[in-house]
Design a binder for this molecule. Structure first.
Ligand SMILES: NC(=O)c1ccc[n+]([C@@H]2O[C@H](COP(=O)([O-])OP(=O)(O)OC[C@H]3O[C@@H](n4cnc5c(N)ncnc54)[C@H](OP(=O)(O)O)[C@@H]3O)[C@@H](O)[C@H]2O)c1
Length: 127
């Protein structure tokens, strides 16, 4: 892919693959790299514009979108990898299981996510 003179937005840009993607976009001559991160983030290259962006936070998404002028490439890299069985209720009790369901709530491909979260919330209240 030709990145020269392109504006690129990368989420989860503060570490891991996201950080590497920022470096690669700069190396390939991107004119602007919007670097989304949920913690404070700085980069010495002036082409990098940090954006406060938790991808599960609607108001931060809105604010980030308003801070972007034009965009050629969006790399939605932010995320967590879990290799558990999400049909197992004990896994859902783990913070990562709940976060995964929260992320899935707004996705119509996962209609059971809201219901499963609510069941867990109800159970917590009656413990
Ligand atoms: N590495 C692999 O072998 C592999 C394999 C398959 C898929 N993936 C996927 O590729 C992506 C990057 O992997 P990685 O190895 O670089 O992971 P990583 O080192 O754990 O980094 C994850 C990045 O995502 C950010 N993040 C997580 N939840 C976020 C949220 N709600 N809003 C904004 N940022 C969020 C983290 O920010 P914080 O620093 O704030 O936590 C961090 O910057 C992930 O989506 C992962 O699931 C990776």
């Amino acid at each position: 892919m030709n990145i020269t003179n392109k504006a690129v937005l990368i989420t989860g840009a503060n570490r891991g693959i996201g950080w590497a993607l920022v470096e690669e976009a700069l190396r390939r001559g991107a004119k602007k790299v919007y670097a989304g991160a949920r913690s404070a983030f700085q980069h010495p290259d002036k082409r990098v514009m940090p954006l406060a962006l938790d991808v599960t936070n609607a108001s931060q998404i809105q604010r980030a979108a308003e801070g972007v002028d034009t965009l050629d490439v969006l790399i939605n890299n932010a995320g967590i990898a879990i290799y558990d069985d999400l049909s197992n209720p004990e896994v859902i009790e783990k913070p990562h299981g709940r976060q995964c369901l929260r992320n899935a709530q707004s996705d119509e491909r996962f209609p059971a996510a809201s219901e499963t979260l609510q069941r867990g919330h109800h159970r917590d209240q009656h413990r």
